[in-house]
Unconditional design. Structure first.
Length: 95
């Protein structure tokens, strides 16, 4: 697993195991970066604030590797809400 995928896992875990929306993930990660405790994701300014293409790809990779679960649910106002949830890894003991 890449360092960036592990970073996504850790960020979602720090948020309590669930983040509502990729925009919120982008902003939370940016705050960690400017506070000096981030994961070295480069950011540029975009439509909804700071954006890291590397972070977006790391989320895609983490979902493909089943490290996080990326789901979209219907909101009560008619739109869609995207959730990023951390999936717990099963620990396998080899004796």
């Amino acid at each position: 697993m890449s360092d960036k995928v592990e970073a996504v896992r850790r960020i979602v875990a720090l948020a309590g195991g669930k983040i509502v929306g990729k925009t919120r993930l982008q902003k939370a990660t940016y705050v960690l970066e400017i506070a000096g405790v981030g994961f070295d994701f480069p950011f540029t300014y975009h439509y909804y604030g700071p954006y890291s293409e590397d972070l977006a790809w790391a989320v895609t990779d983490a979902a493909a590797l089943k490290e996080i679960d990326e789901t979209e649910e219907q909101a009560n106002w008619g739109g869609a809400i995207q959730f990023l949830r951390l999936l717990l890894r099963q620990r396998i003991s080899i004796k």
